[in-house]
Design a protein around this ligand. Structure first.
Ligand code: NAP
Length: 482
């Protein structure tokens, strides 16, 4: 089975912040991989833009090095052909420099997209100048990165700034978790099979766990991270998006507004979280590893690098089913997973079998993407009906064959969706605001109470209190393993 790659239409993509970390690690390597896959037309152009004075040649050198570093097995001929499609313009988002040159370079008869890979404080300047110089038109697309605000008020302000210049149908707010193949497969599994949907509710589901564990600490992002913390950096966006896809009702059609309407209903149905159902943590140093406070250079920081919380979605489908979310840095492995644990059998017909057999559907997002369904079978051999739980492994790479192993990275897919004009996997303005409206009171509560995060050992599963959050309910977290 070979997947079909459908080329996108011709485009000019301007990457503001084209020399930055995100451009070098994700955007340029991702575009190159789509070029190699045959999805990018030969005439499409990528225009890097930032304040620094680079020539086209200098920029190609930067892109060359970034791609060689971040893409495996680079085909040198293809790389050289790809670099021919790159340009660079020195532009100041806040000044006049470079805008006339960009206006002359941009074609008016192809799709134009503007990737704002810069801090949010520059969004307004960029949007305004793209219009005052007549560069963006009614069909242009604009891509914005997280963080989309740090609370409801700032998110509203950003939405208003963008809305002054672009319609909602032109705005693509990236949450790269939505670009992951498995996340989209979650929707395929739920809505493309008769098997799961009848069980996907409070009658059959005991609880759901969503874990996003990182092995690394805050690394070079200490200054940004310490102003943000795990709640703002991960829960308000990535974990909330995963929760929405798990919990949403079937949309009438797999279309951008139909899907986003259903996700919005989930966010609006989330109950406020009581303080005893949240555990915040901060990693300690151990075995020569630095502590969080050392990493951010603030010995008194109260920012959380870990959070676990129990969330309820108050609607008919999910009444009484807890969603346990946790995410943290410096944990024992890099592992992201959604696990749906189904309820116990109403009655067991097997005498003497006292084990609690449960079906668990686990969806792994990283390091490898795949799904696994735990089912109960008879232990092979003589000796009666002894039952054991075995995984029905659905690792896509194995099932689909080697020709389909080259799954696009989230950024690649999302950038191609921008060019195709497909907003399904991007957050709508009202979704982002609803997520902040739910998050803000939690964060405000910590600030009012002077809440201090619990310390936890580096390379662990987080603070002991996080274990208790589930133990109290007679449940336990799944092991975090790579
Ligand atoms: P970065 O490494 O600091 O790069 C910033 C880029 O913006 C540089 O190219 C810089 O080049 C340019 N720039 C700064 N001021 C400018 C101005 N006035 N006019 C034009 N260009 C200007 O930042 P980054 O890590 O790439 O992040 C970019 C955005 O993506 C941020 O909003 C960040 O929060 C978000 N993000 C990043 C990551 C990541 O992994 N890096 C992940 C998720 C989201 P000059 O200095 O030459 O102008």
């Amino acid at each position: 089975m070979v997947s079909r790659v459908i080329p996108v239409e011709d485009f000019d993509l301007v990457v503001f912040g084209g020399t930055g970390d995100l451009a070098q690690r994700k955007i340029l390597p991702g575009l190159f991989r789509r070029y190699v896959a045959g999805q990018m037309p030969e005439s499409a152009r990528i225009i890097g833009a930032a304040r620094s004075d680079y020539s086209d040649g200098d920029y190609c050198d930067l892109a060359h090095d970034a791609i060689v570093e971040h893409v495996a097995d680079v085909d040198r001929d293809k790389l050289s052909a790809f670099l021919d499609q790159l340009h660079y313009i020195a532009i100041d988002a806040k000044g006049d420099k470079g805008w006339g040159e960009l206006k002359d370079l941009i074609r008016s008869d192809v799709i134009t997209a503007f990737y704002f890979s810069v801090g949010p404080s520059l969004f307004g300047d960029l949007a305004e100048r793209l219009h005052s110089h007549g560069i963006a038109d009614r069909d242009s697309r604009v891509v914005v990165e997280k963080p989309f605000g740090r609370d409801l008020e700032s998110a509203r302000a950003l939405n208003r700034t963008l809305a002054d210049h672009f319609d909602e149908r032109q705005i693509y707010r990236i949450d790269h978790y939505l670009g992951k193949e498995t996340v989209q497969n979650l929707m395929a599994v739920r809505f493309g099979n008769v098997l799961f949907e009848p069980l996907w509710n409070q009658h059959y589901v005991d609880h759901i766990q969503i874990t996003v564990a990182e092995e690394i600490g805050v690394e070079g992002r200490g200054e940004y991270y310490d102003r943000s913390g795990a709640m703002r950096d991960m829960v308000q966006n990535h974990l909330m998006q995963l929760l929405c896809l798990i919990a949403m009702e079937p949309p009438s059609v797999f279309g951008s507004d139909a899907v986003r309407d259903e996700k919005l209903k989930v966010i609006r149905a989330l109950q406020p979280v009581a303080s005893h159902e949240i555990v915040r943590g901060q990693y300690d140093g151990a075995d020569g590893m630095t502590s969080y406070r050392e990493d951010v250079g603030d010995p008194r920081s109260h920012t959380e690098s870990f959070i676990a919380l129990k969330v309820h979605c108050s609607n008919w489908r999910w009444a009484g089913v807890p969603f346990y979310l946790r995410t943290g840095k410096r944990m024992k492995a890099r592992s992201s997973e959604i696990a749906v644990t189904f309820k116990d059998l109403a009655h067991s017909i097997f005498p003497g079998d006292e084990a609690r057999h449960r079906n668990i559907l686990s969806i792994q997002l990283q390091p490898d993407e795949g799904m696994n369904l735990q089912v109960t079978i008879k232990e092979p051999g003589p000796g009666g009906m002894r039952l054991i739980d075995v995984p029905l492994d659905m690792t896509f790479a194995d099932a689909l064959g080697p020709e389909n192993n080259d799954i696009p990275d989230a950024y690649e897919r999302l950038i191609m969706d921008v060019i195709r004009g497909n907003q399904t996997l991007f957050m709508r303005g009202d979704e982002v605001e609803a997520a902040w409206a739910w998050t803000d009171p939690i964060i405000d509560g910590w600030e009012e109470r002077g809440d201090v995060p619990k310390p936890y050992d580096s390379c662990s599963a987080g603070p002991e209190d996080a274990m208790m959050l589930m133990h109290r309910d007679g449940r336990r977290w799944r092991d975090i393993k790579a």
